[in-house]
Design a protein around this ligand. Structure first.
Ligand code: FES
Length: 106
């Protein structure tokens, strides 16, 4: 069982292309892991705060991820809701890359 605040391995760093998102689940929790155009990794809650739709199926553009259902947007660097109908911020999670392996702190 994963403890709160534990680093968990997600994938190798080449598993996510720039401006792409990947779904990652641990138990009943789900996250969206995003790689920016510059190659940096970010992690936010997987499900949109408007309805329970997974953001990993959305479009990454600049620093924004767009929900695939109603096109609400979030800044994936902070989790901040940026465009309606999304108006509740998402939680952001620490992420690190070590020896080409991506880890999330959950
Ligand atoms: S479900 Fe994401 S904006 Fe509606």
């Amino acid at each position: 069982m994963t403890k709160i605040g534990e680093w968990v391995e997600v994938c190798t760093s080449d598993a996510i292309a720039p401006e792409e998102a990947m779904r990652f689940s641990q138990g009943e929790r789900s996250f969206a892991i995003i790689r920016s155009l510059e190659g940096n990794f970010f992690a936010i809650d997987g499900h949109c705060s408007h309805e329970k739709v997974h953001l990993a199926d959305g479009i990454v553009d600049g620093n924004i991820i767009e929900c695939p259902k109603h096109f609400g947007t979030f800044d994936y660097r902070t989790g901040e809701a940026r465009a309606l109908p999304a108006c509740v911020d998402l939680r952001r999670y620490e992420i690190k890359v070590d020896s080409n392996v991506v880890f999330i702190k959950i």
